[in-house]
Each structure stands twice: as C-alpha cells, then as structure tokens.
Write a protein that binds this ligand. Structure first.
Ligand SMILES: [Zn+2]
Length: 272
C-alpha cells in the first residue's frame, strides 16, 4: 500500500502567536492510499466549495482559524494534479468530521465515508453549541454513503482497541478509537508493508506532547480545554498514543493533522 501525503488546508490561527506559537501555522495533513487501482483518502481537509466561500466554515471559524483561501489545496485538485482520477477514490476514512477534516466530502459524492458511529451521530445530531458550530451541515448535504463502525475487533492493535475489516478497504487499514477531541474521534492505522503509520487526527497537536515529560506548550493545553468535547477522554487517548510512540516508535510512525513540524518532515520544506 502506497501512501501519498497531502496538505489539504493551511491556517494561521489568530490567537496562536500569543498562546501557542507551535500552531501559528497549521496544516491539514491527509493521506491518499493507493492500492492497485483503488484510491482511498484519510481525511479530506477543506473542499473546493469551502475555498470559494469561507463562510461555509462558520463565522467563528473564519475569525479564529483564519483559513487561507487556496483553491489548489483541496484533495480533489491535488489528486487530479498527480495525474490520478479523483473518481477512483472509492472510500474516505475520517478521523472525525470537523470542518477542517471533512470539508472535502462533497468533492467525492459517491465515496463510502467510514467513521465511528458516535462521530456520525454527533455530526448529524449535534448535542451542544460546540458541536453545532464545529460540524457544518453543508459538508453532509449531499448525503454521504456512510459506513458507521461501532464494533471493535477481538484482536487488538499494539494493545489498543481497533476496528478491523472495513468493508471495501484492504485489511491493512484499521480504525483505532481515540475519543475526546470529538465524541467519535479515531486514529487510522495503515500497514505500508514497511511499517505502520498511525494518523492521529487531532488527538495530539505537536510531538512535544508525546515525549518523556508529556508536557505540551501551555497554549496547546489551553486549546485542548476549549476545543475538546471531553477533556478526560482526550487525555486518555493522548496517553495511548504516548505509549505507542514510546514503546513502538520504531514500528509505527505517528502523525497529527496540524503539526507543522510533521509537515516539514513529510514534505521536506517548511509550511508557508
Ligand atoms: Zn482539526
């Protein structure tokens, strides 16, 4: 299985320079999985319609996230530029359905969309003001072909609960529940044949959170307090990732959506 890394959104969060310099430039790292003639996406970043009209993302988002309106960043555009046919994307796996991870769903209206069942429920029936703001109805208005997963497999993955055997996807792809940031947030683990990649979405933001002291910069911790659905669950999920990073770092590459230093490592240049 070949993984192409894509950045499908660049943000300059307005408050970050004061509270969390690590996040003053933020990417939206997505993965395009290529297995034979099949393509699958892990997260979509922002979509083409979002880039034309940022008001789709909500007023609070526009104010705080400060998304760069770049029509070339949506996954569908990047896939076409790679010489691949976007219509070959049969499956999309979302770590969660926040606007910066699911905005591109309307660009692939026929793809199956895999999420944890709790996440689909949160997005379609938001329970509080935070959920009503973070999930954008326009991203689901085309009626995605949902595949909602809620049964964890008996066989664990490096000791963690996981969902195996996703319909339509090769067995090398599995979901690793990492709730907290949102109700049904998950990681996506992919066996490349030369080691695993665990895409952690927003379960952590910068690698400092995973290292020995486990100390995130103070602004990252503050952000976690306001942006997370359930702080306690998020901290438990973070602890699971820390263990993978510590005990299996040689076998599993751990990445996060918005880590600009991961971007630099993946693309060989700083995020501009
Ligand atoms: Zn995010």
């Amino acid at each position: 299985m070949k993984i192409h890394y894509l950045n499908c959104g660049t943000m300059y969060p307005r408050l970050a320079p004061w509270f969390s310099p690590y996040q003053e430039r933020s990417c939206c790292i997505c993965m395009l999985l290529e297995a034979g003639d099949r393509l699958a996406l892990v997260d979509t970043g922002f979509g083409t319609a979002d880039m034309r009209d940022l008001s789709r993302l909500g007023s609070r988002s526009n104010l705080l996230l400060n998304v760069r309106p770049d029509p070339e960043l949506p996954a569908v555009r990047q896939i076409a530029r790679m010489g691949l046919e976007p219509g070959r994307v049969t499956d999309i796996i979302c770590t969660h359905l926040d606007r910066d991870h699911a905005g591109g769903l309307p660009d692939f209206p026929h793809a199956r969309v895999h999420v944890l069942a709790a996440e689909r429920e949160a997005a379609l029936n938001p329970g509080d003001a935070l959920e009503r703001d973070r999930y954008r109805r326009c991203h689901f208005a085309h009626g995605p072909d949902w595949v909602a997963h809620d049964a964890v497999s008996e066989e664990r993955w490096f000791g963690l609960e996981c969902v195996r055997g996703l319909p339509g996807l090769p067995p090398e792809v599995l979901l690793v529940p990492l709730p907290g940031h949102t109700r049904g947030h998950c990681g996506v683990a992919v066996d490349t044949g030369e080691g695993w990649v665990l895409h952690c979405g927003d379960a952590y933001y910068v690698k400092e959170e995973l290292r020995e002291t486990g100390k995130a910069p103070v602004g990252v911790r503050a952000f976690r307090r306001v942006a997370h659905h359930h702080y306690g669950a998020a901290m438990e999920s973070l602890e699971r990732i820390r263990r993978i990073f510590r005990e299996h770092g040689g076998e599993v590459r751990v990445i996060a959506s918005h880590d600009q230093f991961e971007y630099r490592a993946l693309f060989g240049k700083p995020l501009d």
